[in-house]
Design a binder for this molecule. Structure first.
Ligand code: C2E
Ligand code: MG
Ligand code: MG
Length: 678
């Protein structure tokens, strides 16, 4: 039996309706909650994906040693994450332009080829193209489909590749834009917030890589460059010159090393202070650099193969230039001349202009060199040769110079042994009064102490064979000290003996001692003389110190001071070899000498009227300046007679008496028939 639907009372119907509405609201609420949960989950997922991306980018930034290593990976990660078609980067050079660094990524290289080609090797000046605009404004830029089609400079390439939008981001260190990132997409870039978040954080990581790269570059630069002049230092020079030397066998070109030393730099430092010295070095480096750069540029413009140069500061006032791939050895000589010319204009220091000269030594690569260090040593040697002339200039190393140097070094080493083993001995050459046909004629007045080297194999060696080497090696100071002490000791003994024998003190002979410039200009020289006088007990007025003009040329002020000091104790002073050096009259006038010694070259050529005139002029000059005169090298009776006739007071020479050993020389002091008690 079919039951009839019983109509609900009104109240119940309303209750159902309410229930249905409630169910509906609940369903809607549940759906909303589900949607919210789903969105939350999606956002959570997306942020996790982004986090993972940023983590990978950070790892890559931490791992990378330089920008070019990191950028490729970062572009790939971003493009893949964003599903973008193409990403690339530009380095910003000097703030002026964005220069493509040839780092790019696309998942479809064949399809994107036109755009990649239109982008590689491109430079965008400030304000030009998308990278230029980012560079100008310092913030991201977006280009949509319409703008890309209308304005973008790579629109044809972009259109060919189906690209619809692009964006550019700056990579910043502080306020400085160091790089621009650029991305292209096949679709519109709608979610700008998410893009900003992701790419900006990636850019921050890239900035860290660039910062580290810069710090490393600064450290490296500092380690390889001289802090004062900014030139390469010895380490970088060694590195480059070794590499250049290794390239030599395969190239037909040569290698040359120039060692350059400033002349008189120490004097500038001493006179004006170290700050002034620094100014000179900086200015010198600047001038050298511009000369070399101009010359290298000139070569490059010409059709000759270009050569390279490394200019380095390797020590106080020492510079080295290594010329590599040199087509013609003459270039090294030309360049040296240009460097000397560059320093002709004086340098302003401490309100004064100073002149700086150069000594340059050049060595060219040849078959005999096994290393670039040998080449450097030879250039060094040539530089010393240039310097030893006293006027700087350029010397190119040659085999004979090398042999000379090797011999000198061997001699120096032998001299060291000779000093240690006391192989020196003194000879004494008598000096006589020539007199004016007066009472003193023929009287012995003194002796000149002359050193000999009693060589174990070569016998007695004359000073001309070893004094130059002793001077060059600085050993003359030790040898000269020994001579001073030995001669004063010998003379003190002789005087003591003569006085004991009752000889007139007025008749006691003096001792003349040669002093080398280096020895004389030692700061302690005069106090040393005083000590020797005191210790040996020789009467100071019977000691004469002979110096040549060399000392006055090196340092006239100090020469005068030392001469005045020793004279204040009664010691006499002689100017030796007069007429052979500068024969400067100003030295004669200004320096306190007692005696002038006419060099034996004038006496030897006395037959020539010109020489006689010179001797006469020297004698007049000496008489006006109140100096006594000793003529050196009188070999004949005629020479002695002529000199006596001209009024020359004293003489020494083989005719009057040869240098003799101590016993034979001192025997001359005893009047005929008497003898030394010793
Ligand atoms: P000097 O000081 O001009 O010494 C004179 C030189 O002339 C000596 O040569 C002497 O032997 C030589 N001589 C003297 N009379 C004649 C002569 O009639 N004819 C010729 N042909 N020569 C004569 P020596 O002993 O060979 O010395 C040469 C130079 O060596 C000296 O020239 C001096 O400059 C230097 N010398 C010698 N002993 C010393 C020393 O103890 N210390 C230093 N620093 N130099 C010294
Ligand atoms: Mg002498
Ligand atoms: Mg002399």
């Amino acid at each position: 039996m079919k039951q009839e639907a019983i109509p609900l009372p009104d109240d119940a119907a309303m209750a159902v309706e309410r229930l249905e509405r409630l169910v509906q609201r609940e369903r809607e609420g549940r759906l909303q909650a589900e949607a919210i949960a789903e969105r939350g989950l999606r956002e959570l997922y997306e942020s996790q994906v982004r986090l993972a991306l940023l983590q990978r980018i950070t790892d890559c930034a931490n791992r990378s040693n330089d920008f070019s290593e990191a950028i490729g990976e970062v572009l790939k990660e971003i493009c893949e994450h964003m599903n973008w078609a193409f990403g690339t980067a530009y380095r910003v050079e000097g703030g002026g332009a964005a220069v493509s660094c040839d780092a790019w990524y696309t998942a479809e290289p064949a399809k994107l080829f036109p755009l990649v080609e239109a982008t590689r090797d491109r430079t965008f000046p400030r304000g030009e193209g998308l990278p230029g605009r980012v560079l100008r404004d310092g913030h991201p830029h977006w280009i949509d489909e319409t703008e890309l089609a209308a304005h973008a400079c790579r629109r044809i390439a972009a259109a060919c590749c189906g690209v619809r939008s692009a964006c550019g981001f700056p990579v910043l260190i502080g306020d400085e834009i160091v790089c621009v990132l650029e991305f292209f997409s096949h679709t519109s870039m709608l979610d700008k917030d998410a893009i900003l978040l992701t790419v900006t954080q990636a850019a921050t990581q890239l900035a860290r890589v660039i910062e580290r790269e810069r710090a490393r570059a600064t450290l490296l630069h500092d380690a390889l460059h001289d802090a004062m002049t900014g030139l390469p230092n010895r380490t970088l020079l060694d590195e480059r010159s070794r590499a250049a030397f290794e390239r030599l066998p395969e190239s037909r070109e040569g290698l040359a090393v120039l060692v350059i030393d400033l002349d008189g730099f120490k004097a500038i430092n001493d006179k004006y202070g170290h700050h002034a010295g620094d100014i000179v070095l900086i200015e010198t480096a600047r001038r050298f650099d511009s000369v070399i750069t101009a010359r290298m540029g000139g070569r490059r413009r010409g059709d000759q193969a270009s050569w390279r140069a490394t200019l380095a500061r390797v020590g106080g006032d020492e510079f080295v230039v290594v010329l590599d791939a040199l087509p013609d050895p003459a270039i090294a000589m030309d360049l040296s001349g240009a460097l000397i010319d560059a320093l002709k204009a004086p340098i302003l220091v401490a309100d004064e202009y100073v002149n700086v000269g150069l000594s340059i030594g050049i060595a060219h690569s040849g078959t005999s060199y096994c290393s670039v260090e040998q080449l450097r040593q030879d250039a060094d040697l040539a530089m010393y040769e240039a310097k030893s002339g006293g006027h700087g200039g350029v010397v190119t190393f040659s085999e004979s110079l090398g042999n000379e140097r090797r011999n000198r070094m061997a001699l120096e080493s032998e001299l060291r042994d000779a000093i240690r083993e006391k192989q020196f001995t003194l000879y004494y050459q008598p000096i006589f009064a020539l007199g004016k046909a007066g009472a003193n004629t023929g009287k012995l007045r003194g002796f000149e102490a002359l050193i000999r080297w009693n060589h174990p194999d070569r016998g007695l060696v004359e000073p001309g064979r070893f004094i130059p080497a002793a001077e060059a090696g600085g050993l003359i100071v030790f040898i000269g000290d020994w001579v001073l002490r030995q001669a004063c000791n010998a003379m003190a003994r002789l005087h003591a003996e003569m006085t004991a024998q009752g000889l007139d003190p007025g008749e006691l002979p003096y001792i003349s001692i040669n002093i080398a410039p280096q020895q004389f200009l030692q700061p302690t020289f005069s106090s040393h003389v005083q000590r020797v006088l005191l210790e040996t007990g020789v009467p100071p007025e019977l000691v004469r110190l002979e110096v040549t003009e060399g000392v006055a040329i090196i340092d006239p002020d100090q020469t005068r001071q030392v001469l005045e000091q020793v004279r204040s104790w009664g010691v006499k002073t002689s100017l030796d070899d007069f007429g052979t050096g500068y024969s400067s009259l100003s030295y004669l006038q200004n320096l306190p000498f007692d005696t002038l010694k006419i060099d034996r070259s004038f006496i030897a050529s006395m037959d020539d009227p010109k020489s006689r005139k010179i001797i006469r002029a020297i004698l007049d000059l000496a008489s006006n300046l109140n100096l006594s005169v000793v003529a050196e090298g009188i070999e004949t009776m005629e020479q002695g007679a002529s000199l006596r006739e001209m009024g020359c007071e004293y003489g020494q020479g083989y005719h009057l008496g040869r240098p003799l050993d101590e016993a034979s020389a001192f025997a001359l002091v005893w009047p005929e028939g008497t003898a030394s008690a010793a």
